[in-house]
Ligand binder design. Structure first.
Ligand code: GDP
Ligand code: IMO
Ligand code: MG
Length: 422
């Protein structure tokens, strides 16, 4: 019985999708625990590219069952589109995909309010998928859940109540046209007809499976620094991508978690606004973005790129309890003569002892770098650790030692076979 939580160690897009796909042939179940269709997890199999937003990346392994946990916020249209795409690609979801009855639904007004909020002065740079407003309603205890779809009277009542409030807000505060109650009710009733077969009591399913000796991989979305509690608040998402969220977001108790696996990109990227101490600007940033094809899998936005930050990873290791890691996109750094690694932050002449998540502090620090020799060659065809150039091995050992992490997987390209296991 192994229950492993897999987390993004930086600001998301570390390559979680690829590594979940690699690991999931050793697991019976893969479950998502937070976030929504703001996530974009890429898996490439042969010539085919799959970008998964809501369905766990384990769906691409036919013997694996997949669960969308209660902590996830579900956009019906995004989910139906994804199921349709998977089925049309020959991936069966029936009897393999299970959706928690307690997951919250993203409603049209959530997406609208997300977009309206982003048009104001306080831009987070969200994906515009309605994530924040949906979690707000969840914690305000006004949310509409998957279970509400099962009782039409309850569903209609809840949509009506919510719309009364939201229409008031749209009209009086934002001077926006009102939304039509019946349209929304009809849309969600139609949605229910299509997903009814997937709905289940997910905590019971998962806990029974664990009791039967089945193994579970719990797939995080986003990343540690986007965590609403532990990230660079307020430039974060509205959930807990850190490992602690895996229990509340699935109903699997902490006593059943065996280990935490971190996904670490060999450099750093961030999409959206907020502090990024090791960011590279100008030609340097552009070259890294181009070489790493760093454009968002969900929104297509260019990702901000910068040097690897060992101080940040150390913090991430602490918050998540990361024991083992996969280093991804190592091949991307092959064009550089020299590579910098941030080993600490300096402020007012002093080296900080602990990671400052308060943005006012983060905006006024100077990263302290060590410079390592680059390997200056293409490693995307290397398949064994011993065949990696010595400068590359040095880089790996430096980031492992300076961040206190153990590297178990090295990824040298987006494809399944471009993977070195240690
Ligand atoms: P996720 O959100 O953490 O699953 O990551 P994304 O899928 O958003 O972004 C990772 C991108 O890098 C995708 O386009 C992957 O196909 C690609 N990728 C993953 N691992 C590697 C790697 O080792 N090398 C290269 N060059 N690309 C990779
Ligand atoms: P995956 O799972 C990278 C970022 C957005 C924005 C902030 C808040 O693919 O790694 P939100 O729409 O969640 O309210 O936006 O979080 N963000 C991500 N960045 N990868 C993601 O997911 C992200 N999901 C959200 O860009 O800065
Ligand atoms: Mg992504």
């Amino acid at each position: 019985m192994e229950v492993t939580v897999l987390v993004g160690s930086q600001w998301g897009d570390e390559g979680k999708g690829k590594i979940v796909d690699i690991l999931s042939n050793r697991f019976d179940i893969v479950a998502r625990y937070q976030g929504g269709a703001n996530a974009g997890h890429t898996v490439i199999i042969g010539d085919q590219q799959f970008i998964l937003h809501l369905v766990p990346s384990g769906i691409l392994r036919e013997n694996v069952k997949c669960v969308i946990g209660n902590g996830v916020v579900i956009d019906p249209q995004a989910l139906l589109d994804e199921i349709k795409f998977l089925e049309s690609s020959g991936i069966n979801t029936k009897g393999r995909l299970f959706i928690s009855h307690n997951a919250h639904l993203i409603m049209p007004y959530h997406k609208l309010l997300d977009q309206i909020n982003e048009s104001g002065a306080n831009k987070i740079g969200t994906t515009g998928r309605g994530i924040g407003p949906c979690y707000i309603d969840k914690y305000a205890r006004k949310g509409i859940r998957i279970v509400d779809l099962l009782d039409r009277t309850v569903l209609k009542e809840k949509i009506k109540l919510n719309l009364e409030e939201k229409n008031n807000l749209l009209k009086k505060v934002y001077n926006h046209a009102e939304l039509n109650v019946d349209d929304i009710i009809n849309e969600y009733v139609e949605f229910d007809k299509q997903i009814d077969q997937y709905i289940t009591d997910a905590p019971t399913l998962l806990n029974n499976a664990i009791l039967e000796g089945k193994s579970v991989l719990i797939e995080g979305a986003q990343g540690t620094m986007l965590d609403v509690d532990h990230g660079t608040y307020p430039y974060v998402t509205s959930s807990n991508p850190t490992s602690g969220g895996a229990c509340t977001g699935t109903g699997i108790p902490p006593t059943k978690i065996s280990s935490v696996f971190g996904i670490v990109k060999a450099y750093t990227t961030r999409v959206g606004n907020g502090p990024f101490p090791t960011e590279l600007f100008g030609d340097e940033g552009e070259e890294l973005r181009k070489t790493g094809a760093e454009f968002g899998a969900t929104t297509g936005r260019p990702r901000r790129c910068g040097w690897f930050d060992a101080f940040l990873l150390n913090y991430s290791r602490m918050i998540n309890g990361i024991e083992r890691t996969a280093i991804t996109k190592l091949d991307v750094l092959g064009y550089l003569d020299e590579i910098k690694v941030c080993v600490g932050y300096e402020k007012n002449g002093k080296i900080l002892k602990s990671y400052p998540t308060d943005i006012s502090q983060l905006e006024n620090i100077t990263p302290v770098y060590e410079t390592l020799k680059g390997w200056n060659q293409d490693i995307s065809n290397v398949r064994s650790f011993n065949d990696l150039p010595s400068e590359c091995k040095n880089y790996l050992s430096f980031i492992s030692q300076s961040s206190g992490i153990e590297i178990k997987i090295i990824s040298v390209g987006p494809k399944r076979e471009q993977t070195i296991e240690l």
